[in-house]
Design a protein around this ligand. Structure first.
Ligand code: PEP
Length: 252
């Protein structure tokens, strides 16, 4: 049995004071929802403040990115060890980072690999663009991102990670995939690739989320799918009622 998982990706939103206010209101309600792994991913500047508010709760903290090197001359970057001081999770390979900051399968692979030594759990994002989708390349693109993102990593490690299937055309557009379509990609592409790379038990152990314009009104449609274990939520994670309702909807 895979424990349901919901993570909120705040992206580049919220000052420290705004973050405190949001968590103060949200945490009260999220704490009441049991049997779901709940994770908030604020921007780096708010991690310390949010960590303090989440202490003693069952709500986890995640970062939105990190570098793969332990330390050194990498101005503006944050190392795995620095992230692990506050967080248990880290989002890696988000499509916005691939599109705007030059992240490639190779750099994403280095980052995922770097989580092994510091105990962070990566949330590896994969997903095809609209052009790739329309060209019928979803299987090729998503399976390549999974293969390359996990290249060289052993089965024992991979079974504990989280993968988010986020079709790029659905992110921030208000145009979510259908539950059935997302489940088909998760089952026929992501889990199948994991089985080919490792074995069936690993594929069945990995939690796979859907992400892309999830709202309270369509969350249940995704969570009722057999191969989808939760959601990576962007815009709706900034609204208390929406995020709480989405988290509740994971209880299949
Ligand atoms: C995301 O950024 O990971 C995401 C899924 O965003 P949104 O929910 O806003 O589409």
């Amino acid at each position: 049995m895979r424990t349901p998982f919901v993570a909120g990706n705040w992206k580049m939103n919220k000052t420290v004071e705004e973050a405190r206010l949001l968590v103060f209101e949200m945490a009260r309600e999220l704490r009441e929802i049991k049997g779901v792994e709940k994770v908030l991913c604020p921007p780096f500047t708010a991690l310390l403040a949010v960590a303090a508010l989440l202490e003693g709760t069952d709500i986890g903290l995640g970062a939105q990115n990190m570098h793969w090197e332990e330390k050194g001359a990498f101005t503006g970057e944050t190392s795995p060890l620095m992230v692990a001081e506050f967080c248990r999770y880290v989002i890696l390979g988000h499509s916005e980072r691939r599109a705007y900051f030059g992240e490639t399968d190779e750099t994403v692979n280095k980052k995922v690999g770097a989580t092994r030594t510091c105990g962070l759990i990566p949330i590896l994002c994969v997903g095809e663009t609209l052009a790739e989708n329309e060209a019928g390349r979803t299987t090729e693109v998503v399976s390549r991102q999974v293969r390359e993102g996990l290249k060289g990593l052993e089965a024992g490690f991979t079974s504990g990670i989280v993968i988010a299937y986020e079709p790029v055309w659905a992110i921030g557009t208000g145009r979510a995939s259908s539950g059935e379509n997302a489940n088909a990609v998760v089952q026929d592409v992501i889990r199948k690739t994991l089985t080919e790379m490792y074995r069936e038990e690993v594929s069945q152990a990995v939690r796979v989320l859907y992400g892309g314009s999830v709202t309270a009104s369509d969350a249940a449609e995704f969570f009722s799918q057999p191969d989808i274990d939760g959601a990576l939520v962007g815009g709706a994670s900034l609204r208390v009622d929406e995020f709480v309702a989405i988290t509740r909807a994971t209880m299949k």
